[in-house]
Design a protein around this ligand. Structure first.
Ligand code: SF4
Length: 348
């Protein structure tokens, strides 16, 4: 049952909801002024405010640690800008593009790799002209086989706008796959309505990748939202970020992956934390992540094994953090991308 009824958006809201002590309002208001805050009723109700280490609170309630910005952290940690031919579009890999129609999200994750870009603001959604330009670019590049709709969270759009984007992409003969990345089934499951499900369906293959980090996020309500997508024939994938104090132990990761598979979600990516500003308190080491993946392999079915990946800073694509793509150096790592080129990874 839900107790809280509206999204919490400020330090004052968090104090009123009992999620922070009143004496922290001032410090956290200044953090919230830089990195947006939003916690939906579903997620606020999941937080155990009596537990100072609650893994749900850790993901969404801002912390004073966010003001500790390290020299090696970057506003654009995975190098989207370098590969952006037109606003809202990233063409990093030949056969696929990211299309980011909006920069708003139902919740704001404290570790978000796009935290400098997401949040309420003047340029929240692509203007009709910008969307036309992005779609014209896709139309003019027949090598684009897959369009990944991300953001922000594209499920924040109205079903009418989602249906319009789906129809325009589906009309391009060379675009064969549409993949939507979203946190909505977890953050606000009731928004996964029949109308929304209908809006993303077309004659082209449609996948939904759901961002989930802890087994407690898979409530009855979020499982219901996932089932509405699955029952409509939409295959589901997961994305999880490896987060210190949230899911950096084998038992939690195993429980999460099993719960996802039981909810008909195929674990896809386990992301190593990107170098986003003020997020050092969430980062594990690559060696810890590799050990966790080994433990997961020993404990659970092949269906429960995501790819452990790191987006190489600077826009050099992903390294699969199997031992052969991550090589230790004196103070850090060298990472190998999909084209087998090596890149230095900052120490820290
Ligand atoms: S939902 Fe995704 S894009 Fe939005 S704040 Fe969380 S991680 Fe960032």
């Amino acid at each position: 049952m839900r107790h809280k009824t509206r999204t919490l958006r400020s330090a004052e809201d968090l104090a009123s909801a009992g999620l922070i002590a009143p004496e922290r309002i001032e410090a956290l208001a200044s953090i919230a002024a830089r990195f947006a805050v939003a916690i939906t009723p579903d997620l606020a109700d999941l937080i155990d405010s009596a537990d100072p280490a609650d893994p749900i609170a850790r993901q969404f309630v801002p912390s004073e640690a966010e003001s500790d910005v390290k020299a090696y952290q970057r506003a654009d940690p995975i190098g989207d800008d370098r590969h952006s031919p037109t606003p809202g579009l990233v063409h990093r890999y030949k056969d696929r593009v990211l299309l980011k129609p909006t920069h708003v999200c139902p919740v704001y994750c404290r570790f978000c790799f796009r935290r400098e870009m997401v949040g309420p603001g003047a340029d929240q959604t692509l203007s009709p002209t910008e969307l036309d330009a992005a779609l014209a670019y896709i139309a003019g590049h027949p090598e684009i086989w897959e369009v990944i709709l991300t953001g922000g969270d594209p499920f924040m759009l109205s079903p009418r706008r989602m249906a319009e984007i789906t129809a325009r992409l589906a009309a391009l003969a060379h675009v064969r796959v549409l993949r939507w990345h979203t946190r909505m089934p977890i953050a606000d499951p009731e928004r996964i309505t029949a109308e929304l499900v209908q809006a993303i369906k077309s004659e082209k293959a449609c996948y939904v990748a759901v961002h989930v980090n802890h087994p407690r996020e898979l409530t009855d309500r979020s499982r219901g939202a996932l089932a509405r997508l699955s029952d409509a024939g939409i295959p589901l994938l997961s994305q999880t970020v490896l987060l210190k104090g949230v899911n950096d132990d084998a038992a939690t990761l195993e429980a999460l992956m099993r719960a996802l598979v039981e909810a008909r979600v195929r674990p896809y990516y386990l992301h190593h934390m990107d170098l986003a500003p003020g997020t050092d308190h969430f980062r594990t080491s690559i060696a810890e992540g590799q050990a966790l993946m080994q433990a997961l392999r020993a404990r659970a079915s092949g269906l429960c094994q995501p790819h452990y990946v790191l987006d190489i800073p600077g826009g050099h694509a992903k390294a699969l953090l199997s031992r052969s793509d991550a090589e230790r150096t004196a103070d850090s790592y060298r990472l190998r991308d999909g084209e087998r080129a090596w890149h230095d990874y900052p120490p820290g």
